[in-house]
Design a protein around this ligand. Sequence first.
Ligand SMILES: CC(=O)SCCNC(=O)CCNC(=O)[C@H](O)C(C)(C)COP(=O)(O)OP(=O)(O)OC[C@H]1O[C@@H](n2cnc3c(N)ncnc32)[C@H](O)[C@@H]1OP(=O)(O)O
Length: 150
Amino acid sequence: MIIRKANVNDIPGIKSIIDHYAKIEKMLPRSLSELYEFTRSFYVCEKDGEIIGCCALQVSWEDMAEVMSFAVRPEYREKGIGTDLIKACLKEAKDLGINNVFTLTYAVPFFEKQGFEIIDKQLLPHKVWSGCIKCPKFPNCDEVAMMKKI
Ligand SMILES: CC(=O)SCCNC(=O)CCNC(=O)[C@H](O)C(C)(C)COP(=O)(O)OP(=O)(O)OC[C@H]1O[C@@H](n2cnc3c(N)ncnc32)[C@H](O)[C@@H]1OP(=O)(O)O
């Protein structure tokens, strides 16, 4: 099992994980087109040639990056893979010179364990909300904003 940067061949596997959770409203859906655009932002967990987890780090503003599209296939959850994916993203943020990593999530207890704290959504830069118009829940966002200083 390895954690590594994604390449374009991983996108169908990433989409299949996200589709599973989007159907049960645990995650926002992502189109193939969006995912290919974000290829360079993704880390994946690969096991026996199969993608079993994914997480993207997207630089959003000066000194700020977002963790997004984060999921582990149901049968592989609770084995530390999510933690390893987040660690890889936090290390990359540090390497990029970024000190603040945030996420918009329903998985609050998980992110608290990783040292993230709940913040007021108003503290996030306006640019973050440009994607919201595409969200099926818009304008009734029920995700929680969380931030970690690294
Ligand atoms: C930014 C976003 O994309 S938000 C969307 C987040 N994704 C989802 O909600 C999709 C469904 N959930 C998942 O795929 C997974 O549960 C993830 C990605 C959230 C976590 O991945 P996992 O591999 O299961 O996490 P991992 O095994 O590293 O868990 C670490 C700890 O967090 C806990 N934990 C994991 N997921 C959750 C959760 N959803 N709620 C509460 N606690 C959790 C684990 O029990 C574990 O606790 P421990 O250290 O006391 O043993």
